[in-house]
Unconditional design. Structure first.
Length: 338
């Protein structure tokens, strides 16, 4: 287990959610604050410059809120953790600058965390709903707006990618599909609600059966929906929006589930964990829950971007002492080759 003592204060600003959390060294969540900016829906997607400016406004209040909910002050913090990438550069810079300032003012060590490792490490937390932390080895699916991959996790501080998307991430495909159906951003929750009233068998959308191995591909599915909407015409497509949404969501869920099953068969692992914003999808959670003897599905608030997962990952990151972290840089893309 981790040897981190006391309390960890973590900051996460990789995209458009401003997040801060207070977590104990043994993985108990004392506070996990997520402030969604709620301004990007008018643009149909996240605008990096707008996200960065809102992080500047929200970072300090969100940190203060997390400390207050945890019943703690900065005097109680032993380690500061922050997402160093991947993500939007401007957004990451705000979070890193915030964390540097807090750590430097108190002479505290700083742990730079990889965002993707954070999603994996969400499974190492003590579940607020009573679920136990998952211990390696296990297969982990990470599916979000920017990443979709399968990884083998043998240690707390690393993972090995077994397969990844060849084009769009699953979350990106969901958002673009939702937009084609006239739904607002972010598309995931809206698509799921619309699909609940439709027939998933109404249309046969592709599930990339010709893609071998453990890789994913969602670009063809997105194109298939575009052509189907055009073929139906505006009036018919509007009338059958629920069926289109249900069939589209079904194709995404089935592609993911088949790759997960294939990976479990190939690796012989009997534990499965999931993470990333797409892991908040109800039909996906239900479909994957029966694929392995042990399936760890974190609460939805630990699947989407959050700072508790960053604090969790920080427990296995070598902390950087003051003043060495003052030159810490961010990285827009993953340090691992996916």
């Amino acid at each position: 287990m981790s040897a981190v003592p006391g309390l960890i204060l973590a900051v996460e600003t990789s995209c458009d959610d401003t997040c801060a959390a207070v977590v104990t060294g043994d993985g108990e969540i004392r506070a996990n604050v997520i402030s969604s900016q709620g301004v990007h829906d008018r643009y149909g997607g996240v605008v990096p410059e707008v996200a960065s400016r809102h992080h500047l406004e929200l970072a300090t209040p969100v940190v203060d809120d997390a400390l207050a909910r945890a019943g703690a002050t900065l005097d109680d913090i032993d380690l500061v953790a922050v997402t160093a990438g991947p993500g939007l550069v401007g957004a990451l810079l705000v979070g890193v600058a915030t964390a540097k300032g807090i750590a430097a003012a108190r002479g505290l060590p700083l742990a730079p965390v990889d965002h993707l490792q954070g999603h994996v490490a969400a499974n190492f937390l003590k579940d607020p709903q009573g679920g136990a932390p998952l211990e390696p080895p296990f297969l982990c699916l990470i599916a979000s707006g920017g990443h979709t991959f399968l990884a083998r996790v043998d240690e707390h501080d690393s993972f090995d990618v077994l397969g990844a998307t060849l084009d769009d991430a699953a979350g990106e495909a969901i958002d673009k599909g939702a937009r084609l159906l006239g739904l607002p951003f972010p598309g995931g929750p809206h698509l799921e609600r619309l699909a609940a009233g439709g027939d998933p068998g109404a249309f046969a959308f592709p599930t990339s059966k010709n893609v071998t191995g453990l890789d994913f591909s969602f670009a063809g599915l997105k194109t298939a929906l575009l052509y189907k909407v055009r073929d139906l015409g505006e009036e018919a497509a509007t009338e059958r929006r629920a069926d289109l949404a249900a069939a589209y969501q079904h194709a995404i869920v089935e592609q993911i589930a088949r790759r997960v099953q294939r990976a479990l068969d190939q690796t012989g692992l009997d534990q499965l964990a999931i993470g990333g914003g797409v892991a908040a999808n109800g039909p996906l959670r239900e479909r994957l829950s029966a694929l392995a003897p042990t399936v760890k599905i974190p609460p939805r608030e630990l699947c989407t971007d959050n700072a508790a997962m960053i604090a969790s990952a920080a427990r296995w990151v070598a902390p950087v002492a003051f003043p060495d972290y003052l030159g810490l840089e961010v990285h827009a893309t993953g340090q691992r080759a996916l």
